[in-house]
Design a binder for this molecule. Structure first.
Ligand code: SF4
Length: 184
């Protein structure tokens, strides 16, 4: 059964923001559907989803396409001093370890042979993929406005602890099922 998600944050007395709204507010980004070659190239590295995005993927039967990973890009960007453990879309060359490890032929598990996102039509695209655009280049990049950092902060937020725990519990359950299947 699909998990009911509550907004993780509230501002003021009557306004509650979803994680997506919160990240849009922090980064100034809006959802985009650009399909240019530069945007498609970003899908060599799986985009990052909030805990809620990943739970939705699990609810939709995609747990086997997910993988634990360590997000190290923040160290490179100088915005955090440690790797952050996450569960995200799998990289199909198995080298998911952050920007530095991704090979030329690697791609997100949801990147289709026609260069599109398998999740797009289902409304399941992770937040970073929804907000990323080719216009962010090294010369206008600002770490404090980074969408990936804003998404990673959702994993670190105490407000999302219950959702993170549920994602981890379900992923461990999936892995246990897999190892039981292989030992039968
Ligand atoms: S989930 Fe979709 S948008 Fe995100 S990297 Fe994969 S193919 Fe690209």
């Amino acid at each position: 059964m699909a998990t009911k998600l509550k907004p993780a944050y509230s501002v003021g007395r009557n306004v509650r923001l979803s994680p997506l709204q919160r990240i849009m507010q922090k980064t100034g980004r809006r959802p985009t559907e650009c399909k240019c070659s530069l945007c498609k190239r970003q899908c060599h590295t799986p985009c990052l989803g909030t805990p809620q995005d990943i739970l939705r993927l699990m609810d939709s039967g995609y747990t086997s396409r997910l993988s634990p990973t360590l997000w190290a890009a923040g160290i490179v960007m100088g915005i955090c001093d440690t790797e952050v453990p996450l569960i995200q879309a799998r990289c199909e060359d198995g080298a998911w370890g952050g920007l530095l490890d991704v090979g030329a032929d690697s791609h997100c598990t949801f990147y289709t042979s026609d260069g599109l996102c398998e999740l797009h039509q289902q409304g399941l695209k992770p937040t970073e993929g929804r907000l990323s655009h080719h216009s962010t280049r090294i010369d206008n990049f600002r770490a404090s406005k980074s969408v990936s950092w804003a998404v990673v902060q959702e994993w670190l937020s105490p407000d999302n602890a219950d959702v993170v725990a549920e994602v981890v519990r379900r992923y461990n359950e999936y892995q246990d099922e897999q190892s039981n299947t292989h030992t039968l």
